[in-house]
Design a binder for this molecule. Structure first.
Ligand code: HXC
Length: 258
């Protein structure tokens, strides 16, 4: 069995569960964590005993975004060369359904990860946002694209440009999540939904998922490439250095527009 540093895997009947497990950093998505998550999902996808998957964090946080400390001092060229975001692309090729079970903070890259899953079950305590603007950058792993499709242009603009955070009920109202349940039940609800789907005709589930994602995700690639370039480009700005340093130093940023 593979031993992972930042995730844990479990099997519940025919459902593969991946728990993000970096609680001291609110499950901030560093490069290793994202690689491990994608490997675990790919392993479950290959496993004939598994029919569906669930990704969860803990009650306090699904994930508070990409790891700011890992990229705070990077230049645009370094970001481009590392191209860590390409790891996020691996989820697009998973053939079995993946459900995100979200409680607490679901921010930045965390929200982008949740939106890359096929469905989202939210606890009443879940909070969804794209706070990159506070750091002098924008979402980079599909946030501008998938959010606009999920919640519509108006709300997406407020979230990306002004750090509007959605409550679980708002996320339900705007179509970002499937269900909202009490915090004690969110993981069981996601496992139960995944279990039901895992009991259905596997080929029809696989092709149904692919067909819906075709409707939802086609024409997305140009937008994603554009967003990724813009995200990396912002690492050439002084404001990105200031915004991320301010987060690390726990102070307010002083924007200069350069
Ligand atoms: C690194 C993080 C982190 C992050 C939290 N931590 N979020 N470390 N990257 N994204 C760390 C904190 O530094 C702190 O470490 C510990 O987790 C607990 O966080 P606190 O801030 O003390 O908790 P709290 O006061 O409850 O505030 C919760 C919070 C806040 C509101 C969620 O942590 C926050 O604003 N986090 C950043 C959210 C964000 O900007 N996300 C977008 C990242 S950019 P210490 O060592 O001090 O205990 C992004 C771009 C995606 O996602 C691009 C594509 C991948």
């Amino acid at each position: 069995m593979t031993v992972f540093q930042f995730i844990q895997t479990e099997v519940h009947d025919r459902v593969g569960l991946v728990r993000l497990n970096r609680p001291e950093a609110l499950n901030a998505l560093n490069h290793t964590l994202v690689s491990e998550l994608m490997s675990a999902l790919e392993n479950f996808d290959q496993d004939a005993q598994i029919g569906a998957m669930v990704v969860c964090g803990n009650e306090r946080a699904f994930a508070a975004g990409a790891d700011i400390k890992e990229m705070a001092e990077a230049s645009a060229v370094e970001m481009l060369k590392r191209d860590n975001i390409s790891q996020f692309d691996r989820i697009i090729n998973i053939k079995k359904p993946v459900i995100a079970a979200v409680s607490g903070w679901c921010l930045g890259g965390g929200n982008e990860l949740a939106m890359s899953c096929d469905m989202i079950i939210a606890s009443e305590t879940a909070r969804f946002g794209q706070p990159e603007i506070n750091l002098g950058v924008i979402p980079g792993a599909g946030g501008t694209q998938r959010l606009a499709r999920a919640v519509g242009k108006a709300i997406a603009m407020e979230m990306v440009l002004n750090n509007r955070t959605l409550t679980a009920q708002e996320a339900l109202q705007f179509g970002l999540v499937n269900r909202v349940v009490p915090v004690e039940r969110y993981l069981d609800e996601a496992l139960s939904l995944a279990g039901e789907i895992a009991g259905r005709a596997p080929l029809a589930v696989r092709l149904g998922k692919a067909a819906i994602n075709h409707a939802y995700e086609s024409f997305l690639s140009d937008g994603l490439a554009d967003e990724r370039r813009a995200f990396y480009l912002l690492f050439a700005s002084r404001d990105q250095k200031e915004g991320m340093a301010a987060f690390v130093e726990k102070r307010k940023p002083n924007w200069k527009g350069v």
